[in-house]
Design a protein around this ligand. Structure first.
Ligand SMILES: Cc1cc2nc3c(=O)[nH]c(=O)nc-3n(C[C@H](O)[C@H](O)[C@H](O)COP(=O)(O)OP(=O)(O)OC[C@H]3O[C@@H](n4cnc5c(N)ncnc54)[C@H](O)[C@@H]3O)c2cc1C
Length: 666
């Protein structure tokens, strides 16, 4: 049985100060008591699986050992999950996502299987293809990944160079990687784990190019796991993070796959080689949108992890004195520390709330698409692009801020903050590079602006453009509602400026594409401002909605957090508000005071708020952030696990250091 340690006294006191019911907030954040219970039950089972405990911490393992350990543990996790789901409901995706971190400190080599392989078969396979592949994929009789990016092209997918040439005689596609730049590069699990992948390739029929399409490709023998003839596959090597994700490369040489392996929900290739264009190419957006929506939720969780570690540590850590002769202060009592950390808590809430409404919007669009309706798809696509971009970027900044807030100990791998940063920052690039996604949203915003000028009715998320055109700027008030309007004014002003900049360049004789490039810094700023307005508006609306159904004490705390988020961003973007809204210097001065008041109001609840994220020690895996606050003891215990501490004198002393010292001339 695990030893139960005494809880650090500072944390005990912090928990006594808390003014709301922590459990109530946990249920709210999880989406209901049942979800929390399911999650805890599953995490508890995992906690008691002895084989999942590492004797040697992952960081001390070699690259190869670390990978092998990750595969071993992911298989156990999958078996535990299967047993659990046999007895009861299928686990919710968010709960399984969280539990994964209790098993592997970094990213699982199976990450892409459920993250992209299965969803792509669902999103882009015909009913017959789904019937053939899905049962095997869901049971993990086959393990897959999603191979799109190549050495030469990531963002520009039309430039992909892998070819799939149809051979009508044999009813097969022949896959080839004609150049080194056409090698697939990055797919998770591809290195040495998966036996299948979805490969995105340029389709050729009778010498004619038909654009990029997805194909299911078996790349390894199911018995021996050896690459099949014509396949060159391997691992791409160490990266900034993602140590166990097993990202790989893949090349084809005249590799043949049956015709039925092209995913044909959209376009089709008939037996005789006739190409049938899809009714709606936009259908393929569905999977992409879903994955981006999920990244908003992942960002909420990664931010919550970092906030939990840094807030608990700030409560336990004492450093310096505020006044001479007084005891050293808990660092959480420095206002600058609260400024670094409380926004982390509020940001996680903002992203959770955003995910809630965005996911509902996604479900509605999927339902509509089933009825051949796609009116809301462009809006959802634009929203998912900018919210993925902004949430992953903000999460990266916040995690790093939390690491810095932990001083030197935050730099320890055992704090887990460096690893959390590694996978949080990766999300800024994968599934659509940050700038590129902001520019995609900007395209939508430019069209929306044109429509607004023409007096057309706009989609709800950009309806503020019409209001902005109609009315004079509203009289400023320092209320959350008016501030949100202020953010909308900033977005509208920046959208107008970017639009005008493009027009100016076009009038000066530039092509539209060149004008676009010349205005692109303004375009991404417009997109960022739009994201911030959407985040603040959605977070405020969701908080108002949920506040009516929770206890008054919790509603009060939720209200403090949303206000903090809004005021924080007002002060961060005060320059923009001064340019584009009616805010005055005096209003900003009042808001600075308001911000300090909010920090003080949140202070007694800080530990309770991170406890409410309910992230178990097994998931946090942090010496600084554990529930019991045994920070120093854990740091020392982890240090003692270093292989360098297993022997009194390291052999390098005798081999190198001693001769070197002996030779020293005094
Ligand atoms: C950890 C990780 C995991 C990944 N997993 C997978 C996976 O499983 N499967 C897979 O297929 N891929 C995967 N990828 C690849 C990922 O999707 C690409 O790296 C990403 O789409 C960016 O493409 P790129 O690397 O070609 O960057 P580039 O597109 O070359 O970007 C480089 C720079 O050019 C800029 N740029 C590019 N195009 C434009 C433009 N039109 N306008 C303005 N600026 C532009 C970008 O903003 C960026 O600053 C992964 C990547 C990472 C980091």
């Amino acid at each position: 049985m695990a030893t139960v340690h005494k809880i650090n006294e500072d944390l005990v006191k912090e928990r006594q100060k808390c003014t709301f019911n922590v459990q109530e907030l946990t249920y709210l954040l999880d989406g209901g008591e049942e979800v929390t219970k399911e999650r805890r039950e599953f995490e508890n089972i995992l906690r008691n699986v002895k084989e999942l405990q590492d004797e040697v911490p992952e960081v001390y393992l070699s690259h190869k050992e670390r990978y092998e350990n990750a595969v071993r543990k992911t298989c156990i996790l999958q078996n535990v999950r299967n047993d659990f789901e046999k007895k009861r409901e299928v686990l919710s995706p968010r709960n399984i996502f969280r539990a994964g971190y209790a098993v592997i400190k970094d990213v699982s080599p199976f990450f892409l299987h459920n993250g992209m392989f299965v969803p792509t078969i669902i999103g882009q396979g015909t009913p017959e293809q789904q019937a053939e592949w899905l049962p095997k994929a869901k049971a993990m009789a086959i393990i897959g990944t999603y191979a799109q990016t190549e050495l030469g092209h990531g963002t520009f997918i039309r430039g992909l160079e892998t070819t799939a040439t149809y051979d009508a005689k044999t009813e097969e596609f022949i896959l080839n990687s004609p150049k080194v730049t056409s090698y697939k590069w990055w797919p998770g699990g591809l290195g040495t784990t998966v036996n299948h992948c979805i490969t995105v390739a340029q389709l050729y029929i009778n010498g004619k190019k038909y654009g990029i399409h997805p194909f299911i490709v078996q790349i390894r023998d199911l018995e021996t796991h050896k690459p099949l003839p014509g396949i060159k596959v391997g691992e791409i090597g160490p990266k900034m993070g993602f140590a166990t994700a097993n990202n790989g490369f893949l090349g084809f040489q005249n590799f043949r796959i049956p015709r039925k392996n092209m995913l044909m929900k959209n376009a089709q290739v008939l037996k005789d080689g006739t190409f049938v264009k899809g009714m709606n190419e936009k259908l393929t957006y569905g999977t992409m949108v879903m994955v981006r929506v999920n990244i908003v939720s992942d960002s909420a969780f990664h931010t919550a992890m970092a906030a939990t570690i840094a807030v608990r540590y700030a409560a336990v850590r004492h450093q310096s004195q505020l006044k001479a002769k007084e005891p050293e202060v808990q660092i959480i009592d420095y206002l600058t520390q609260q400024h670094k950390l409380f926004i982390a808590i509020a940001t996680s809430h903002a992203f959770s709330n955003t995910y809630t409404w965005l996911y509902q919007a996604y479900l509605k669009v999927v339902e509509d698409l089933g009825k051949q309706k796609q009116d809301h798809l462009p809006e959802l696509h634009a929203l998912s692009c900018c919210l993925k971009a902004t949430s992953s970027r903000d999460a990266g900044v916040i995690v790093e801020q939390c690491r810095l807030a932990c001083g030197g100990h935050g730099y320890m791998a055992s704090s887990n903050l460096p690893i959390i940063y590694g996978y949080t920052t990766a999300a800024i690039t994968y599934e659509g590079e940050h700038t590129v996604l902001l520019l995609q949203t900007a395209r939508y915003l430019m069209k929306a602006w044109m429509s607004a000028l023409e007096g057309k009715v706009l989609a709800p998320s950009v309806a503020y453009l019409v209001d902005w055109l109609k009315s004079d700027k509203q009289r400023w008030q320092n209320t959350p509602e008016v501030i949100v309007k202020g953010f909308q004014h900033v977005a509208a002003g920046k959208i107008k400026d970017a639009f005008d900049a493009i027009q100016k360049h076009v009038k000066a004789g530039k092509d539209y594409e060149d004008a676009w490039n010349l205005a692109s810094v303004q375009l991404i700023k417009a997109s960022e401002a739009h994201s911030r307005a959407i985040l603040c508006d959605g977070y405020l609306r969701e908080t108002v909605r949920t506040s009516s159904s929770v206890s008054p004490s919790l509603a009060k705390v939720l209200n403090h957090l949303v206000q903090l988020y809004i005021v924080y961003w007002t002060l961060e973007t005060a320059g923009d508000l001064l340019v584009y809204s009616n805010i005055g210097k005096d209003d900003i001065a009042v808001l600075k005071e308001k911000y300090e008041e909010l920090l003080a109001l949140i202070r007694p609840n800080a530990v309770g708020l991170v406890d409410a994220f309910d992230i178990s020690d097994e998931i946090l895996q942090s010496t600084l952030g554990s529930y019991d606050g045994r920070v120093y003891e854990r740091l020392m215990e982890e240090a003692m696990k270093s292989p360098l501490n297993k022997e009194p004198v390291n052999q390098s002393f005798h081999k190198y250091l001693k001769p070197f010292i002996k030779k020293a001339k005094l």
